[in-house]
Write a protein of this length. Sequence first.
Length: 310
Amino acid sequence: MSEVFIAYHREDMRVARQVAEALELEGFGVWWPVELVPGAEYFRSHLNRQLLTEAKALLVLWSRASIESVWVLSEADIGRSRNCIVPVIIDAVEIPLGFRNLQTADLRSWHGEPDHRGWQQVMNALRLLTGRPTTAPRSLQPHIGRKVEVKPDRRYSRSTSSPKTQLFIAHASDDKPRLRGILSVLIEAGFQIWIDKPHRIGLSPQDEVRISDARIRYGADWKESIKAAIDRSTYVLAFWSKAAAQGLREQFHYEIFIGLIQSKLRQCRIDDVSFDEIRTPYIFSQIADLSDFKDNAFHPELECLIQNFE
């Protein structure tokens, strides 16, 4: 049985092969999709079966190529949802949104040395996931793949470009109350917010006053109103959820479509909706993971979004 699944881009096959061979020398069963053709239906079904029913750990190689790959992002997303992901970086890259708050091992200077610090961290993470005893000192055993602990006194950045930066909020109507805490942070950070029917969110009176004009006027053509609002906005921030992905609400899909064609679309998810549920053409970009966001608590992914809006 394959204990470890390696998620990588084909441009990184040399490194993937080196990792696979090193793991096999340590006695791990390894599965990496070297013999399958990307894009084929067989690839997808076989991949999911291998990953979901057999692999105890998913080792994802973040590189310049893999951070742009829908396949690698989808594989990593499954590994994260199963709590079996072991992320490593092999290039000097910015880790995709949704994965930045996970402990990540650094293999950029690794060339197969068994005593390399990053490699020992990977080995111990894999031993923990596969039920094997760890051998390295405790100082070399960070919880690779687990969420980074955030100090309670962390604060969100404020927008330095306000009041120019306007965020158009695309969402499913049923999700309005779930966005209250996130929108409060964005408003406090100094962003202008446009969201239809803001009075249904449950914001504080002070925050609601700030965005009271951000709505579709009664009797107006909703498509023209949305198009005009997005034209004025700097970004379209889409909130994906089970309701958003499974619903057939024309307005939501129109909003993210306009954001997509204007190259303004930014995305995050607020529950465990998967990449497969979101479907193309919206999974091409990085998606921030706010599924575990709690009101009045600092969240590193939301901080990444704020910084990326600058």
